[in-house]
Design a protein around this ligand. Sequence first.
Ligand SMILES: [Zn+2]
Length: 151
Amino acid sequence: MTLAQKVLMALAAHELSLQRIKSLTAEIGLHLGRCENRFDLIGPKPANPYPELGDLPWPNGSEEHWRILYDEKGQRRTHMWEAFRSWSDEEDRGLNDDEVSAYLLRQGCVHCTRAWYFVRERKKERRDLGNFRRSLRALGKSAIKALDSLP
Ligand SMILES: [Zn+2]
């Protein structure tokens, strides 16, 4: 394989990896957006007195609902959010990946469990991206040498 072919391959692999990370991030957001953690705290959706005006949003976006559902940084308090803030029973540390999985299984939230699966896939993809970046740098160094040896 020529240097030019190697560069093309590495660039394509790097770009594909970035695209996969982007789509995994979208997937994670989609599933987390469906989590209904703490919806029990805001109560059931009230009957709509004006059905002709269409469906009322619930949660209704009020300050009160916001405080129940989101933290001070504006992050949704999903089961995954809780898992990341949970503490190990045996040691003074947060939960590791396997413990997060177990925690989410106990909560029985299909949305957070799915989101967590995609979070783990994204972690793997980010490791690959790191490898592709190193390949690109190595190819960059080869390219500099190749240019230097041109007449
Ligand atoms: Zn959840």
